[in-house]
Design a binder for this molecule. Structure first.
Ligand code: HEM
Length: 418
């Protein structure tokens, strides 16, 4: 089976275009008054109000996860529901929770320092790859594994394309001969086998994944592989997307960048509040997961709308983050946004980049520590400039900026010689 041929460049381009249009639509809605927005996108009910979203987030047995064909990668805590989800969650959450403790900051700083702190000249693509390497190393360290991560970066390219195809096929209903869902399921499973072949090059990683399996059947082992792969992929994609948007915003705001740099230098190894506010504002404005999809397990009324079992709802994180009744000047970017500076109730109510409730991000604390450490290094080591006004993006599971060489990076010693 040749997946490169099967997913032709045209197939992938069509999928990417479709997915980007979904995200553009969600952003577009936030530019219109609430009363002019349709409640439905096609047949899908769109949740945009923070209180209604919280009903969905808290009632995870009623509003269950529906990842469509993305679930074909295999079992994982991302896609499962109910008791099986709780069982899978248990396996990884203790590792992620431990890795997200403040005591881990020096280790995280060391990894990011090694990967992104030493370049004298570099292009943005190289910096993004180094950030990806650091995020991967930190993820594996959470499970006690310290190995060369290069082979995983390569398979992530394929996973990205596969995710896009699976989401596209699920949501667009496209079912041409070439995009036969049965074949797509097989191809997704093949990704898992390819991933496992790489893991087996590292005996300690193989042993870890085997130890996390229930160990009774081959299926148990396959489930353990797919769970690990999905956790790894989702964690790295979102963290690198977040840092990408942060670099983009720094590059377009030289004064903000200089102020944050001075704050970091004055904070002597700590992350200053101004950097945390900037971090949160970037995640508000460009949420790495712009929306989540849920399916009703029973008939229910949500936000005044009667819905039936099997109906699909989309919670637009984009819209929560720009809710006009919650945020001041919601469609503008403010690096020192007052709601974050003051810790206003808006933040608890409507800032949900990691979600909230039982299905919230399992790596929130770890991701936040990583971003803080990465930002400190980036701000003190490099100066970012950008000749372009707008930045393109790609959505496939995560919402990533398409950074190019209009974004220039210079090492600080060189930049300060100007
Ligand atoms: C800035 C970075 C990140 C963001 C914005 C983010 C956001 C999210 C969101 C929105 C979800 C819920 C998805 C849904 O319900 O459809 C989620 C789930 C999850 N995330 Fe993250 N994430 C980030 C980084 C990470 C990292 C670094 C890890 C692991 C090291 C991780 C592990 C997980 C796991 C395991 C889940 C599934 C939770 C469950 O349902 O049991 N995330 N994340």
């Amino acid at each position: 089976m040749n997946k490169e041929l099967y997913w032709s460049a045209n197939d992938i381009a069509a999928a990417k275009k479709y997915l980007n249009e979904v995200v553009i639509e969600l952003f577009g809605r936030t530019q219109r008054p609430v009363e002019e927005r349709d409640d439905f996108l096609g047949k899908i009910f769109v949740v945009e109000k923070p209180d209604v979203a919280n009903v969905v987030f808290q009632n995870h047995d009623l509003y269950v996860k529906n990842f469509g064909l993305v679930a074909s990668f295999g079992a994982s805590r991302f896609t499962l529901n109910g008791a099986t989800w709780a069982h899978f969650r248990e396996k990884s959450q203790k590792h992620l929770a431990k890795a997200g403790r403040p005591a881990m900051i020096p280790e995280i700083a060391k990894v990011y320092g090694e990967e992104i702190g030493f370049h004298d000249t570099l292009e943005i693509a190289e910096l993004e790859r180094s950030i990806g390497r650091a995020a991967l190393r930190v993820f594996l360290k959470a499970f006690g594994i310290d190995i060369d991560v290069t082979p995983f970066l390569d398979i992530f390219q394929k996973l990205r394309a596969a995710s896009a195809m699976l989401q596209y096929t699920s949501w667009s209903g496209t079912n041409t001969a070439k995009q036969d869902p049965d074949m797509i399921v097989l191809l997704a499973r093949q990704m898992c086998f390819d991933f496992w072949a790489i893991c087996q090059q590292f005996p300690e990683l193989e042993a870890l994944i085997r130890s996390m399996s229930d160990g009774r059947t081959d299926q148990d082992l396959e489930d353990s592989v797919s769970d690990f792969m999905t956790n790894m992929f989702a964690g790295i994609e979102t963290t690198t997307a977040s840092l990408g948007w942060m670099i983009d915003c720094l590059s377009k705001g030289p004064e903000v960048q200089e102020k944050l740099r001075q704050d970091v230098l004055a904070a002597e190894g700590k992350t200053p509040d101004s950097v945390k506010v900037f971090r949160d504002e970037v995640m508000r404005f460009f949420p790495p997961i712009p929306f989540v999809v849920r399916e009703l397990a029973e008939d229910a009324t949500l936000g005044g709308q009667d819905l039936s079992k099997g109906d699909v709802v989309v919670v637009s994180i984009v819209a929560l983050h720009r809710d006009p009744d919650t945020w001041s000047d919601p469609n503008a970017f403010h690096a020192a946004r007052s709601e974050f500076v003051e810790g206003s109730p808006a933040v608890t109510r409507a800032f949900k980049p990691f979600l909230t409730g039982p299905r919230m991000c399992g790596g929130r604390r770890l991701a936040t520590l990583e971003i803080d450490e990465a930002l400190r290094i980036l701000l003190t080591r490099y100066k970012f400039t950008n000749s372009a006004r707008d930045t393109g993006f790609q959505y496939a599971l995560a919402f990533c900026p398409l950074l190019n060489n209009s974004l220039q990076i210079r090492a600080i010693s060189e930049a300060s010689a100007d």
